[in-house]
Design a protein around this ligand. Sequence first.
Ligand SMILES: Cc1cc2nc3c(=O)[nH]c(=O)nc-3n(C[C@H](O)[C@H](O)[C@H](O)COP(=O)(O)O)c2cc1C
Length: 162
Amino acid sequence: MKALVVYYSLDGNTKLIADAIAEEMDCEFLRLVPKKDVPNKGVMKYFWGGKQVTLKEKPELLPYDKNLNEYDLIIIGSPVWAGSFVSVFNTFFSEVFINNKKIALFCTYMGSEGKTFINLKNKLEGNDIIGQIGFKSPANNENTEKNILEAKKWISKLVDNM
Ligand SMILES: Cc1cc2nc3c(=O)[nH]c(=O)nc-3n(C[C@H](O)[C@H](O)[C@H](O)COP(=O)(O)O)c2cc1C
């Protein structure tokens, strides 16, 4: 079974979970990187990132070379921005056609998951969403190791049930 973790991370929380999952699955990952990212220092990141989500922008991505047709399972990870998934996925979903795939979703957030999973599922109609999980600030609290273990357990259980 071939899996791919596709994620975006500005401050490392989503990367922490993506790395844990990729390690557990011994699989490849694709980190989405916009040509021009929002600043990751100070409060302006909330303004620019929030604006991107609210206006459903499609920030241009740096080139990537993965062909999603090659994978049986796609694991998608996003931080929660303005109550939803990050805008780079608007770009990604418009560039690649994802259909008839097993998909697992995860997000990281500071307060709540908001509509992240609902909105991702709407974008991913035609696929089989086999699971979803959210992590609260996984890189920024005393539970980092616990979160890594939880992510690994979550994905292995999902794969066992596939
Ligand atoms: C632009 C922006 C908007 C955010 N909006 C929310 C939000 O609506 N709800 C929430 O719980 N956290 C929100 N956060 C916090 C992030 O979801 C959280 O810190 C996440 O773990 C960051 O992932 P990363 O470290 O991989 O970038 C926001 C962060 C940014 C930068």
